[in-house]
Design a protein around this ligand. Structure first.
Ligand code: A3P
Length: 319
C-alpha cells in the first residue's frame, strides 16, 4: 500500500470499529453505517468507494438491491451499450460472467485498494453497486453519469438471498433458519437493508431526476414486454436503437441473449467462480416471480406485505 492508501485504510478501520454491529445470517457481522447495514466483507470497500470514486459523465452506474436481478441488468446493459464494439454473435457475454464484465464498485474494485485501476474497463464504463442513492459518492450525484436502479418484490428478494447463502458453500457455518432470518429482515436488518429505505430512496430520487435515475422493477421486466424495456434502457442511456437496428431484430436478439434460460446454460455461467468465492451458477437459480410462496407461511407473507405497505405508504409505489 502507498502511504496515502495506508492512511485511508487506518482511518476506515477506526471508523468501522466505532460502528454498531450485529451478527448476520452467516455468522459474520453487519455494520450500521449511514442508516444502512453493510456486510463485514464489503464495509471497507463501501467507505473507500465513497471517499475516492471519480465519476465520468459517460459512466453508467447499475444500482440494485442484492438478489434483485443485478446479473440480468448487467448483461442487458453491457449488450446494449457495447453493441457497436462487440457484435452480438461475438459478445463477451457468451464467454464471461456478467459479473466479470461489469464489476461491483464496493467489492471488486474498492475492496482491493482505495485507489483501484479502471484501465481494463471499456468506455463508457458500466459499473455496479448495491449502495443506497443517498450514500453514493458525490461525484456520481454531481456528474452527468446515469444510474439505472432495479429492485424486486421483497419476499422474492428475501428467498433468493437466503437460498444464495445456502448455495455459497464456503461459509463456516449454516445460515440462520428461515424464520430467524425473516425476523431480522422485518426489523430492517439485512445486508444493504432496510430494503424499504433503499427502494424509497431511489424511487424518490428517480421522481426528482428522471433523466438521471431510471427506476425498474424485476417483476415488470419479467412479466412485461422485455423488448420495450430494452428499448427504454437504451433510450435512457442515450444510445437508442436505430430504425435499421430495429428492423434487423437487434432488440430481440439482445433480449434473447440475456434471457434466464440462455444465460443459465452458457458454459461460463455453469462453471467458474467469482473472486469473492460465489460460484457463477448460484446467480441463476429459478428466475421466476413468486417463488416465496414455496417458503413463507401465509402469516409471514402477510406480515411483510403489511410492513411494506406501511413503509411505502403515500409513495405511489407497490409490489
Ligand atoms: P432467484 O434466486 O429467485 O432465482 P442478482 O443477480 O441480483 O444476484 O439476483 C439473482 C436473481 O436473479 C436470482 O433469482 C436469479 O435466478 C435471477 N436471474 C439471474 N439472471 C436472470 C435473467 N437473465 N433473467 C431473469 N432472472 C435472472
Amino acid at each position: 500500500l502507498t502511504p496515502r492508501a495506508e492512511e485511508q485504510s487506518n482511518d476506515s478501520q477506526e471508523l468501522i470499529s466505532s460502528l454498531p454491529k450485529v451478527k448476520n445470517w452467516d455468522d459474520l457481522y453487519l455494520y450500521h453505517y449511514q442508516g444502512t447495514w453493510y456486510h463485514s466483507r464489503c464495509i471497507n470497500g463501501v467507505i473507500s468507494f465513497q471517499n475516492n470514486f471519480q465519476a465520468e459523465d459517460s459512466d453508467v452506474i447499475l444500482a440494485t438491491f442484492p438478489k434483485s436481478g443485478t446479473t440480468w441488468l448487467k448483461a442487458l446493459t453491457f449488450a446494449i451499450v457495447h453493441r457497436s464494439r462487440y457484435p452480438l454473435e461475438k459478445s463477451p457475454l457468451l464467454t464471461s460472467s456478467p459479473h466479470d464484465l461489469v464489476p461491483f464498485l464496493e467489492f471488486d474494485l474498492y475492496m482491493k485498494s482505495p485507489f483501484p485501476s479502471f484501465e481494463h474497463i471499456p468506455t463508457p464504463r458500466i459499473l455496479s453497486t448495491h449502495m443506497p442513492c443517498g450514500s453514493l459518492p458525490k461525484s456520481i450525484l454531481n456528474s452527468n453519469c446515469r444510474v439505472v436502479y432495479m429492485c424486486r418484490n421483497p419476499m422474492d428478494q428475501f428467498i433468493s438471498h437466503w437460498t444464495f447463502y445456502h448455495g455459497l458453500g464456503d461459509q463456516t457455518s449454516d445460515p440462520l433458519p428461515l424464520e430467524e432470518a425473516f425476523e431480522m429482515i422485518c426489523q430492517g436488518v439485512q445486508s444493504y437493508g432496510p430494503i424499504w429505505t433503499q427502494i424509497l430512496d431511489y424511487w424518490n430520487a428517480s421522481k426528482a431526476q428522471p433523466g438521471k435515475i431510471l427506476f425498474l422493477k424485476y417483476e415488470d421486466l419479467m412479466k412485461g414486454d422485455i423488448v420495450s424495456y430494452v428499448k427504454q434502457i437504451a433510450e435512457f442511456l442515450g444510445c437508442p436503437f436505430s430504425e435499421s437496428e430495429e428492423t434487423q431484430g437487434v432488440v430481440e436478439e439482445i433480449s434473447k441473449l440475456c434471457s434466464f434460460d440462455n444465460m443459465k446454460n452458457l458454459e461460463v455461467n455453469k462453471s467458474g467462480k467469482q473472486p469473492g468465492g460465489a460460484k457463477n451458477d448460484t446467480f441463476f437459480r429459478k428466475g421466476i416471480v413468486g417463488d416465496w410462496k414455496n417458503y413463507l407461511t401465509p402469516a409471514m407473507s402477510e406480515r411483510l406485505e403489511k410492513l411494506m405497505e406501511e413503509k411505502l405508504h403515500g409513495s405511489g409505489l407497490t409490489f
